[in-house]
Design a protein around this ligand. Sequence first.
Ligand SMILES: Nc1ncnc2c1ncn2[C@@H]1O[C@H](COP(=O)(O)OP(=O)(O)O)[C@@H](O)[C@H]1O
Ligand SMILES: [Mg+2]
Length: 218
Amino acid sequence: MLITFEGIDGAGKSTQITKLIGWFERKGIETISLREPGGTDAAEKIRRILLDSSGEITPLGELLLFSASRAELVQQVIIPALESEKTVILDRFYDSTTAYQGYGRGLDLDMLRSIIQISTCGIVPDITVFLDLDPETALKRKFAEKSIPIAFDSDELDRMERSGLEFYRKVHQGYRETIRQNANRFVILDAKENADIIHLKIKEIIRQRFPFSAAIKQ
Ligand SMILES: Nc1ncnc2c1ncn2[C@@H]1O[C@H](COP(=O)(O)OP(=O)(O)O)[C@@H](O)[C@H]1O
Ligand SMILES: [Mg+2]
């Protein structure tokens, strides 16, 4: 089973994945949790290129590097894990590419679809949990994490912070459009709710949707 988590930065993906892994472990369900880019030797090297060269990579180059890393992860890790009946949890997958590189950066969506199809070998998640958070709240969480004052009005924000908010808005809108086109695969949860409540809802959805081992029903 392949479970992916999506949502803008600060939505709570890492928080929920940690809780879900804990639950699966307690139930004795063998789980692999992965985060792109990375996860194989070559993919880790690509990760370093993406992180080290910030600002010097074009959107197209960024897309292709992410996709190369994804192709390695899919072929070397995800497909073998799924074939041996393991549960794979991904912190972001190709929906992030659509939302960020497509709607956020404005790359052609048809071109993206082709590259996604190639780089994933056609793998589609069984379920995608979308943690829905408005960009303002997401940024506020980031301000809080960094212990810097919250200030959204234009006088107090610098150019980067303002473009950050606009970029997040485009990405959020991109997610909405992706969800509309893949309604059956997505579960949308209100990321403003308490993290434990969200976890309960995720557990309930997984119980309902997947006739797992008997263990998970307990
Ligand atoms: N449901 C929630 N309500 C309020 N704050 C949350 C919630 N979930 C996570 N957070 C906090 O928001 C911040 C971002 O969460 P994180 O799980 O790292 O998000 P992501 O992985 O999506 O970027 C962290 O400081 C985290 O403690
Ligand atoms: Mg995270």
